[in-house]
Design a protein around this ligand. Structure first.
Ligand code: NAG
Ligand code: NAG
Ligand code: NAG
Ligand code: NAG
Ligand code: NAG
Length: 267
């Protein structure tokens, strides 16, 4: 490498100042015969300049910038060896005035030698915090004890059309898979004087297991059975679950899926 002359040092400094100035003004410095508008002041571009101008000094300065940047980048990866956080999950509390949890996670490479190239052993970090549920959407009522938002739809539809209807609200047919949810379903049906309504729950044959699109099997989840005596009656086509009040009390009934009833949507 040739010796750096005083002229080159002076020129280099003047040149760099010129670059700073024209960068910040986002202008074109035509005075030196070089168009550098908008160009990033980084080591690579100094090296390119140096090559273009055959300037040892610029190449030297450029190379030291490149090395400097590499060191800074390595420091940054070691200080923050993790990818970005995932978005927060939805709050476990659904209705306003209820508090729940939400969580997010990210992947980290905690072994120093892997921090920059993101290879090798990964560690997943989780973070949780409190959150408040949001208000129920318009036309839905909040049932705080069941932590849910419900709507009784008075239109009579068959079971699958009812599920589709709820889906259009971003919801689903209500699954009464906790005692609180069962109570909420009784409350909403009583207050609307509805005696039969679809809820979540279908089976492919009378001997098959009940399947729920949302939540769990209520009894498996600890809900005491709400089947009326003699129910499910297991009629060959009675493959969908409803809530029915034959006299004073609401119960689960199996009913033919193409029958049309009101239904309860949950969001
Ligand atoms: C660059 O400079 C060196 C020495 O100063 C010279 O030998 C070489 O020919 C020059 N190259 C160009 C492309 O001008
Ligand atoms: C979170 O809520 C939004 C809006 O209600 C919904 O579209 C999305 O599917 C939910 N995400 C999860 C993971 O439940
Ligand atoms: C990642 O970097 C480390 C040290 O910096 C090195 O030993 C390892 O081989 C690199 N792995 C890959 C896949 O480049
Ligand atoms: C459900 O309602 C019944 C009758 O009103 C009540 O006795 C019971 O405590 C309620 N259960 C829950 C979990 O709220
Ligand atoms: C349910 O209703 C929809 C819309 O009216 C209809 O297309 C579908 O065939 C019905 N399904 C059953 C099982 O009755």
């Amino acid at each position: 490498m040739g010796r750096v002359t005083l002229f080159e040092v002076t020129f280099g400094i003047v040149f760099m100042l010129g670059m700073f100035r024209s960068n910040s003004a986002n202008a074109t410095d035509t005075g030196s015969g070089l168009a550098i508008a908008g160009e990033q002041l980084d080591g690579e571009s100094l090296i390119r300049m140096g090559q273009k101008m055959n300037s040892t000094l610029l190449k030297l300065l450029g190379q030291s910038f490149v090395n400097f940047e590499r060191k800074i980048n390595e420091k940054i990866c070691k200080i923050d060896p993790c990818d970005q956080w995932s978005p927060w999950s939805n709050c476990s509390a659904k209705v306003k005035n209820e508090f729940g949890f939400r969580s997010r996670s990210r992947v980290c490479w905690l072994e120093q030698q892997n921090a920059c190239n993101r290879t090798g052993k990964q560690t997943v970090e989780n973070e949780n915090n409190f959150c408040e549920g949001e208000k129920c959407p318009p036309s839905y009522t909040s049932y705080n004890s069941a932590n849910t938002c419900l709507k009784l739809v008075g239109v009579s539809l068959n079971h699958s059309a009812a599920e589709n209807f709820c889906t259009q609200d971003g919801g689903h047919l209500f699954n009464t898979d906790t005692e609180e949810k069962w109570n909420a379903s009784v409350t909403i049906l009583l207050s609307n004087k509805v005696t039969t309504a679809w809820i979540d729950g279908t089976r492919t044959s009378v001997s098959a297991k009940w399947v729920f699109l949302n939540g769990k099997d209520p009894v498996a989840n600890g809900v005491t059975s709400k089947w009326d005596s003699g129910e499910p009656s297991n009629g060959a086509t009675e493959l969908c679950r409803a809530i029915v009040k034959p006299s004073g009390t609401y119960y689960w009934y199996d009913r033919g899926c193409s029958s049309t009833y009101s239904f309860i949507c949950e969001v």
